[in-house]
Design a protein around this ligand. Structure first.
Ligand code: F6P
Length: 323
């Protein structure tokens, strides 16, 4: 096993609040163990082009509280080609990078696995607002995204209440409904539409609003996960079937920005540190996972093969809360 003297850290795929805190944790842990740390810019592009910057303990001062990623991020089609991979491996060898910490989601981990297969040790750190990585209960950025969405919905509630309207709010999550479920419970939504579940629209949405009208309810909030793919249609159906004045809000990329919450900063710090230690233990092709609040590492291929289900009990709770 080759001694690790210099590591690289990169962020790839969609950014997530807390990525900077994770970069900081990697740089500080490297410094603690007296190894060099290079920040690789624009995800795997930076490995292909040799676009790196030195990170020491002090150069990451003050970034724990900032959203986005100081290393920039990108999706990198060239990295999927044999040529691109060869260039990335050459860069690692040329710059003396003995291991890579890759911060991101499933796509990032696929890249890390490919790199590990070419002999470059890699460790993945989960960061995505979608929280859809099956091997870990938690991914960096999820808590901040939930709170950002909630903040916006609380504001929407004020105006919906004043006008006695229905607000249909689309939240991100790609193909998964985890973000929608959390946000929906936390804002007291009347209905939560997620791709993992089929609702009886007339019973679970329309009838509830009609009941609300009879009981003089002042407003309604319906959360639609983007993976459901029909927020506009939902709003149109609600308006035409209930007569309630309805407005649609697509929260979009606002959910990816902002100051990370305490939870995201702490998780990012723990996961970044754990990733460096895992690399120093001589492990490769592993992803850091939070399981019942403890950190463990799992083989990336195994992690990628796992399927994440929606939290059943939480979904039941959401339905009971919306009676
Ligand atoms: O994976 C994070 C995410 O924000 C998803 O929720 C969303 O579907 C997607 O990225 C948007 O990607 P882009 O930034 O390329 O528009």
């Amino acid at each position: 096993m080759k001694e690790i003297k210099r590591i690289g850290v990169l962020t790839s795929g969609g950014d997530a609040p807390g990525m900077n805190a994770a970069i900081r944790a990697v740089a500080r842990t490297a410094s603690y163990y007296n190894i060099d740390c290079l920040g690789v810019r624009r995800g795997y592009n930076g490995l292909i082009n040799g676009d790196v910057t030195e990170l020491d303990a002090r150069s990451v001062n003050g970034i724990i509280s900032s959203g986005g990623t100081i290393l920039y991020t990108a999706r990198c089609p060239e990295f999927l080609t044999e040529e691109g991979m060869k260039k990335a491996v050459c860069t690692c060898r040329y710059l003396g990078i003995d291991g890579i910490i890759a911060i991101g989601g499933d796509g990032t981990f696929r890249g890390a696995k490919d790199l590990a297969e070419q002999g470059i040790p890699t460790i993945g750190v989960p960061a995505t607002i979608d929280n859809d990585i099956a091997s870990t209960h938690y991914s960096i950025g999820f808590d901040t995204a939930c709170n950002t969405a909630l903040d916006a919905i609380d504001k929407l509630r004020d105006t919906m209440q004043s006008h006695q309207r229905c607000s249909v709010v689309e939240v991100m999550g790609r193909h998964a409904g985890h973000l929608a479920l959390y946000v929906g419970i936390a804002c007291g939504a009347q209905a939560i539409l997620v791709p993992e579940k089929t609702l009886d629209f007339d019973k679970d949405v329309i009838e509830k609003i009609r009941d609300g009208i009879i009981n003089k309810r002042s407003h309604y909030i319906i959360i639609v996960a983007e993976g459901v793919g029909n927020a506009i249609e939902v709003a149109e159906r609600v308006a035409s079937q209930t007569g309630i004045d309805t407005r649609i809000t697509i929260l979009g990329h606002i959910q990816r920005g902002g100051t990370p919450t305490a939870r995201d900063r702490v998780m990012a710090s723990r996961m970044g540190e754990f990733a460096v230690r895992t690399l120093l233990e001589g492990k490769t092709n592993r992803v850091v996972c939070s399981v019942n609040s403890e950190l463990i590492d799992i083989d990336i291929a195994e992690a990628l093969a796992m399927k994440k289900n929606l939290h059943e009990k939480m979904y039941e709770t959401s339905k009971i809360m919306a009676v």
